[in-house]
Design a protein around this ligand. Sequence first.
Ligand SMILES: *[C@@H]1O[C@H](CO)[C@@H](O)[C@H](O)[C@H]1NC(C)=O
Ligand SMILES: *[C@@H]1O[C@H](CO)[C@@H](O)[C@H](O)[C@H]1NC(C)=O
Ligand SMILES: [Ca+2]
Ligand SMILES: [Ca+2]
Length: 277
Amino acid sequence: MNSSRVLLRSNQFILLLLFLLQIQSLGLDIDSRPTVEVCATHAISPGPKGDDGERGDPGEEGRDGKVGRRGPKGIKGELGDTGPQGSIGKSGPIGKKGDKGEKGLLGIPGVKGKAGTVCDCGRYRKVVGQLDISVARLKTSMKFVKNVIAGIRETEEKFYYIVQEEKSYRESLTHCRIRGGMLAMPKDEAINTLIADYVAKSGLFRVFIGVNDLEKEGQYVFTDSTPLQNYSNWQEGEPSDPYGHEDCVEMLSSGRWNDTECHRTMYFICEFVKEKK
Ligand SMILES: *[C@@H]1O[C@H](CO)[C@@H](O)[C@H](O)[C@H]1NC(C)=O
Ligand SMILES: *[C@@H]1O[C@H](CO)[C@@H](O)[C@H](O)[C@H]1NC(C)=O
Ligand SMILES: [Ca+2]
Ligand SMILES: [Ca+2]
């Protein structure tokens, strides 16, 4: 019923619309005065207000609004996760020299060395050192022995040795005796020649020999108390003993004898009897 009424009104509206169009085709403007004058005779009074139209479709989405004001500061967020490890940094400058460390432990002993070729000298060094001490201790004896080896003379029965130390006659006697000998006694020409040659070859002028007249003035004897019975070799004019003080005898490099004072000091010659084999 309602739809038919709507349709009817629609038809009436169309008829009105056609009518208005006809007027326009006659060259007359609706709004123009003449039209009003024309329509004055045909005046149509407006109808009642129509019903409300149907609700239209939703419009298109509107444009974005203006940016609003800055909001208040938010609450502090939670602590984030630990980040990945960074790359190694640059090397720093060289530091100062550190303190000296403590001495390390002893190393492993080395391999035993090769055997020596010519002389294992290190082995004998200690022994040689000890020998040096012994040599120093026996210096006096060694000197004597060396001198003996360097300048000794000998016969079938005896050794002769000139001691190159200046001694008095009595000191010379003692010196020879403590070494197991006696002041040399040239009891024949052969021995006298041997001693004389020894003195001369040693570059000496005189040595004490074992002859004296200490016991009794003018009666010369050898130090073993045997008298000068078969042999003597006095220098021309000797023994003189001008003041009675020359009781000891020296042999000159010529082999001649001369009585002289016993307290004088000079080199002397000892004799040592060879041991019988
Ligand atoms: C002196 O010589 C003789 C004969 O050669 C000898 O018999 C005598 O024992 C010798 N005297 C001394 C003290 O040597
Ligand atoms: C012999 O001895 C005496 C006293 O020492 C001395 O004056 C004299 O020059 C010596 N004779 C010789 C040849 O050396
Ligand atoms: Ca005398
Ligand atoms: Ca004299």
